[in-house]
Design a protein. Structure first.
Length: 133
């Protein structure tokens, strides 16, 4: 019996949260808290702005918790034909058809639900006023 897509999403998200939780060498440190806060808002950002705009925003920030979240999303989406390309996921989505873009958006939202839940469970909420999106 094969694995379910939900199991694969959950395992990948769990592994990413475990890795990112200890980012910067301090468990539940500032970077991890900022990452948690950003991850919590990514599904809404995708629904409002679109997957491409959201990924471009994360890429424009270029480092820290934004880079971590972008890497998590890209590494998950790279598994699918509609998001594969020699120039990266964002370029593949821009060059692809609308069906592939919609599939990638649906997959990203499904994956992010797991990432959010594991982030809530494993990473402490940052102190008020310390994290920004």
């Amino acid at each position: 019996m094969g694995r379910l897509a939900e199991q694969d999403r959950a395992k990948f998200a769990h592994d990413r949260i475990q890795k990112n939780r200890d980012a910067g060498g301090e468990t539940n440190g500032k970077l991890a808290g900022e990452y948690r806060q950003l991850v919590m808002g990514l599904p809404a950002m995708i629904q409002q702005c679109g997957l491409g705009q959201t990924m471009a925003f994360l890429a424009s920030k270029g480092k820290g918790h934004h880079a971590m979240a972008l890497a998590d999303l890209e590494e998950w989406l790279e598994r699918f034909d509609y998001a594969k390309g020699k120039d990266g996921v964002l370029k593949a989505l821009m060059d692809g058809d609308s069906r592939g873009y919609r599939m990638a958006t649906t997959e990203a939202l499904a994956y992010l639900q797991w990432l959010k839940r594991f982030a809530e469970a494993a990473i402490e909420k940052p102190e008020r006023g310390t994290a920004r999106g």
